[in-house]
Every structure is written in C-alpha cells, then in structure tokens.
Design a protein around this ligand. Structure first.
Ligand SMILES: Nc1ncnc2c1ncn2[C@@H]1O[C@H](COP(=O)(O)OP(=O)(O)OP(=O)(O)O)[C@@H](O)[C@H]1O
Length: 662
C-alpha cells in the first residue's frame, strides 16, 4: 500500500531491526502516483473516456512518424475487417441455401456461388492479414522511435533544477520506459480494434437482420465481458501504483549490486549479502502483492466470464424460443448460429484489444504527463539574449531553497562581481558556495530576488545565451565516457580550430598534457570501463581534464571553478591556480572574464581580487585577504587554522595523526 505522506520526504527512520538497508522503510510515493490513485478510483465510465485520448495520441504519433504507412495500415486493417464481414454474410448465405427445403444435390449446386464467395473472402482475409502484419512490423518501430524522440527532446530541455526533484526523476524513468513501451504496444491494439469492430458490426447486423431479438441477447455477454476486463485492468494499475516506491527501492538495490562506482566499497565492506538480503526482502513483498493482485484479477475475470457465459446461454435460449414459436424458420437458424458465433469471436477480439488499450492508457498517461511536466519545467524562450561579456553580475537580495528542502541554501545574498575580477568564495562545508556558483551562472533560478547580468534579469534571458558564456569546472567533474581528447573538446565543440593554440594552452595550464601522454592509446583512448579496451583515470587525472575543459571554453565570460584542485597533487595544484589566473584574461579582446573560485585551500587565494566568506547561506564577510585578516572574523579564523598547520615543523597530516594518537 502507498504510505500516508506527511509531506516531509520520509516518515520514520528505520532501525537495523527493521531490516531496511536504505534506512527508511516507509518512503513517500511520488506526487504523480498520488494523483493517479484518484484516477484509479474513478468509475469505469470516466476512465473509458480516456480511450479516445489514448487512440488520438498514438495515431498522432504514428502519423507524424510515417503518414503514408499510417494511412496504409488503417486501410489494410479495415479491409481485413470488411473481408471477414463479407465472409460472414457469404457463410450465412450458404447455410440458408443448404438448409432450405428441396433435394440436397440441387441445394448444394445452388449454394456453389455462395461457397465460392466464402472461399474468396477467406483467401482475401488471409492475404490482408499478412499485409497487416507487414505494415505493422514496419510501423511499430517507427512509432516507438518517434515517441522516444519526442520524449527525449522534451526532457532534454528541462531546467537543471528539475533533476533535483525526485518526483520528476521517477516520472522520467517511468515515462521513458513504461510510457514509450505503451505507445508501441497501443499501435497493435488500435489496429486490431478497428478490424475487430468491423467484424463485430457485421456479425451484429447479420444477427439483427435475421431477427432483431438476437441483438439484445448478444449484448448481455458483451457488457459482462467488457466490465470484467476493464475492472481487471484497473486492478492491475492500482497494484502497479501501490508498488511504485517498493519497485524503485528494488531498482536502487539491484543497481547497487552491480554498479561499478560502489564496487570497491561493496566488496571491501562485504555488502553483497546484506544487499542480496534487502533485495530478497523487498522482492518478497512485491511478489506477494503481485500474487494477491493476480488473485483479485482472476476473480473479476471469472465473474465476468460466468456472466458472459450465462448471457451467451440466454442468447441461444432466445434462438430456441424463436424456433419453437415458429418466429424463425429453420433455414435461417443455421445462419443465426454462425452470426452469433462470429459475434462472440469478434467480441472477444474487440474486448481483448480494447482491454489492452485500456491498460496501456494508464501508462500512456505517464508519457503525456512527462511531456507536460517537461514543458512546464522548461525555461521558455524569451527572445532576450543575455548581454555578451557582462560588465557586472549583480545578485539582489537572492535567496534559494532546493525543491523539498526545509532550509534555504542561500539567504538574502547581495553581491556584485565585476568583469576581470577573480573572486574567491570560501566558507565551511554546506555554507552555500556551490549553490551560489549555480545562481550566478543562471543554472538555478533564485527562489527570491534577482540575478542581473548588467541590467538584464537572468529570469528573462534565454537560457542558452547565458550558458553559452559560462565555463564550469565542477567540484565533482563529469566523467564523460568518451575519448580523452573529446573529454576536453566538449568544452567547446564549435571551436574553429579544435587542436590549435587554445587546445595547447588548455592542456598545459591544466596539466592534462601529462594525463594524455601516459594513456595507452594517447588522446584517442576511451575513458570508460564500460567499453572493451576502455581506460580508467585516477581522480586527480579526471580533475585535470575537467580544468582543461574549462580553460578550453575560452569564449566564456564567466568561469566558475568549484574546488578545481581538491584531488590534485601540490605541483599540479600550483600549476592549475596559475593557469586559472591567466585564463581569467580569456580570449576576450577588449575585456577580461569574471572568475569565481570556490576553494577550501585559503593559501591559494591570497591574490584573489576579492574574497567572499559564506556562512550558513549568508555572506558573512567580503574583502581582500589583508582586509579580512584585519577584520578578525571568520576568514581570519579559518586562515589561521590552516596557516598554523603549515607553520609547524611537522606536516599537517602528521600533526593531526599525532594529536589523534595522543
Ligand atoms: N541537490 C541538493 N538538494 C538539496 N539540498 C542541497 C543540494 N545541494 C546542496 N544542498 C544543501 O544546500 C546547502 C548548501 O550546499 P552547497 O553545496 O552549496 O555548500 P558548499 O558551501 O558548496 O559545501 P562544500 O564546501 O561541502 O562543497 C547545504 O545545506 C546542502 O545540504
């Protein structure tokens, strides 16, 4: 069952006695799953109205993927239905002629044209069915591709902050997998419904023409079967929703069992057994619930079939009564039986297909919901380009809170950065330095206040024109599973001279030249162990590539370097800091770029034009090194702690170890 959310992300911390390895047993379901619970609780009629929406979406996608093949599929499918209908009329004709009074040889001869028509109808039906399979076989992968592409394009445009929202992440996972799969499967269901409906209509019309009483008699099993199928489908969907969080947990644990990035700790901490136990525990719950749901669905289907069987029995009773009372001649009865059997068979095909589409419609909802949510979370194109090489970047009373966070990460920040400045951001862990870097560059929008590049509020500027001018050396750099040189070149894929002077400078200033020189296949070595022959780098080497990437983005007007040397050795570190100082000049002819440097190594930033000290999301102090030392505040305290460690005869590390031992 879904948890009863109280809105704070999770409810109770589990103890080890609970056996929940993740630490929280009762995770809150995503918001969209709560909404869908309402959908699942809606009446059958309300949800049946979803079917045309589902059909419209899938046919629309199919049409966009291949208009010609979509029309062809529709025509061939309808023709196949018509061939079945024609076969039914012809069969009814044969039986009527065979059962009329008179000598048998004459009746057989008289029915020969009708028999020929039956054979022709079935042959045509066979041919058309093959054509249907052929067209569908081509159309389905095309529709899948179109659906996936539409989704990818929508998701690729969402703002960065959306990925901080766990609801959106899970919706993207479900929509991308279940949703796209449902689109593809729905093509077959819709095609089969259109053909089965033609056959069903033919059977019902034949039955009604033979005797109008047969029509209501045939509708009873139809309604019973329809009710049961839809109810069972909805029960399946409710079950799916109730297991969303547990399946997510299962997925996370499955991933931990095979993920390479946690492989070392997984082995060294002997975590395989606890992870397996956790997986089995959740899998047991999911399986039990799935079996219970299957039982519920089986009961529903059984009730539906019983009612449908009773209905069919009633229909045959009606036929018997019609024959007994002489209301229907015996010659017509054979055709009536054929029409009734054809109606039952078409009905069953229609129901199976409608039911499948009905099931898919729940998952198509993820798809449409993800498209809509992505559109909502996309930064609209405003047509206002960000100023090129802004003279100033001003934060006015800026506050920022992460989605679902209780506390703000930044509070009422007022700051101005000037072109050509190197500004260092310092402060304790969690004081808001990284977050501030993301706001300066427009990667996150402020919750309150404004970020202005010159006089343009970034909220009104086209996002791409902002990012185009940003170089970001991330604290935890991306390890692009590409060749080593591409790992640097993606800093500026449009560089007119990819291996020109800027390339050389980037390699030299970042120390990436030494990394490339040691690679087994040189710059063309693939840096991912996912690929055969792929190579892995040390943490420091990855960081050098990241710095190289930042410097290679020479046209950027704003450079944010977040802990760019945390993993570097002392020699590489001093080289990188000197390189970043020089890179501040950039390639801008008439101006320097603005560099923001986030670091804990205070000795490296004494030459920064300005130092901003952050404390609990607020700006605590600003000034040059000398000014801040004189102010005798937080900066001086942090600096003195580091300086003391370096000024003793022993190294800081030895010092700390010695102190700990004492
Ligand atoms: N993705 C996130 N979602 C929610 N909260 C976050 C996220 N990233 C950071 N925070 C919170 O925002 C606050 C500021 O974090 P930030 O990473 O900006 O600090 P920092 O000064 O860069 O820290 P450090 O020196 O450890 O890198 C912290 O309280 C942190 O827990």
């Amino acid at each position: 069952m879904l948890g009863n959310g109280n809105g704070n992300g999770h409810r109770r911390a589990a103890t080890s006695a609970d056996g929940a390895l993740i630490g929280v047993e009762d995770l809150e379901p995503p918001r969209w799953a709560e909404v869908d619970q309402k959908v699942a609780g809606a009446g059958v009629w309300e949800t049946v109205r979803e079917l045309p929406m589902a059909a419209r979406l899938v046919v629309g996608l199919s049409f966009r993927a291949s208009p010609g093949r979509t029309v062809l599929a529709g025509v061939v499918q309808l023709a196949s239905g018509c061939a079945s209908a024609f076969g039914l009329f012809a069969t009814a004709g044969v039986l009527t002629q065979l059962l009329t009074a008179g000598p048998t040889p004459e009746r057989v001869v008289a029915s020969l044209p009708a028999i020929a028509a039956v054979v022709a109808a079935f042959a045509l039906r066979g041919l058309l069915d093959s054509a249907v399979s052929a067209v569908q076989g081509v159309l389905m992968p095309l529709v899948r591709r179109a659906a996936q592409d539409r989704l990818n394009s929508a998701v690729a445009e969402v703002e960065l902050l959306a990925w901080e929202d766990s609801d959106f992440q899970e919706l993207a996972r479900q929509g991308g997998y279940q949703g796209v799969q449902a689109v593809e499967s729905s093509v077959r269901s819709i095609a089969s419904i259109s053909s089965a409906l033609v056959s069903l209509a033919a059977a019902l019309i034949t039955a009604a023409l033979l005797d109008p009483w047969l029509l209501p008699a045939l509708l009873v099993p139809t309604v019973a079967e329809a009710w049961a199928s839809m109810r069972a489908a909805k029960q399946g969907y409710v079950n799916f929703l109730s297991l969303v969080t547990r399946r997510l947990r299962l997925h996370v644990v499955e991933n931990l069992l095979v993920a390479r990035d946690v492989g070392t700790e997984r082995t060294a901490l002997n975590l395989q057994e606890p992870l397996l136990a956790e997986h089995r525990r959740i899998a047991d719950q999911v399986t039990e619930e799935a079996i219970r749901a299957e039982h519920r669905q089986t009961w529903t289907r059984l009730i539906g079939r019983t009612l449908a069987g009773t209905g069919t029995g009633l229909a045959y009773c009606v036929l018997g009564v019609l024959l007994y009372t002489g209301a229907m001649p015996l010659a017509i009865a054979g055709a009536a039986v054929i029409a009734m059997r054809a109606a039952a068979s078409s009905l069953s095909t229609t129901m199976v297909s409608v039911n499948r589409l009905y099931e898919h419609s729940f998952y198509l909802r993820f798809y449409t919901e993800l498209l809509a949510e992505s559109a909502r979370r996309r930064r609209p194109a405003t047509g206002v380009p960000a100023p090129r090489n802004p003279e100033t970047i001003r934060l006015e009373n800026v506050s920022f809170t992460y989605p679902d966070a209780d506390e703000p990460a930044l509070v009422e920040v007022d700051l101005t950065f000037h072109r050509g400045e190197v500004v260092a951001l310092v402060g304790e862990n969690g004081s808001g330095k990284t977050t501030l870097g993301k706001l300066i560059t427009g990667l996150y929008p402020p919750t309150e206040g404004r970020v202005l590049w010159d006089e343009v509020d970034l909220a009104t500027a086209d996002a791409r024109s902002v990012y185009e001018q940003v170089a970001l050396i991330d604290q935890d750099p991306a390890r692009w599973p590409m060749t080593a040189d591409t790992n640097i070149r993606i800093g500026n894929l449009a560089a007119p001279e990819p291996y020109g002077a800027t390339w050389e400078t980037s390699l030299r200033e970042s120390g990436a030249d030494e990394v490339l020189a040691k690679l087994p296949r040189g710059p063309g070595t693939i840096l991912s162990r996912q690929f055969r022959g792929g190579h892995e780098l040390s943490g420091g080497s990855w960081q050098r590539l990241s710095v190289g990437r930042g410097i290679f983005r020479e046209h950027a007007a704003v450079l944010i370097a977040d802990e760019p040397t945390a993993a570097l050795d002392a020699k590489a570190e001093s080289r990188v800091f000197a390189g970043l100082q020089r890179a501040t000049k950039g390639s801008l002819d008439d101006a320097h770029r603005t560099t923001v440097l986030v670091t804990h190594r205070l000795a490296n930033i004494r030459r920064a034009h300005r130092i901003v000290v952050m404390d609990s999301g607020r700006v605590a102090e600003t000034g040059t090194h000398e000014e801040l030392m004189q102010a005798n505040g937080l900066y001086r305290e942090l600096f003195s702690i580091q300086a003391r460690a370096y000024s003793t005869a022993r190294s800081c590390t030895q010092c700390n170890i010695a102190q700990a031992a004492e």
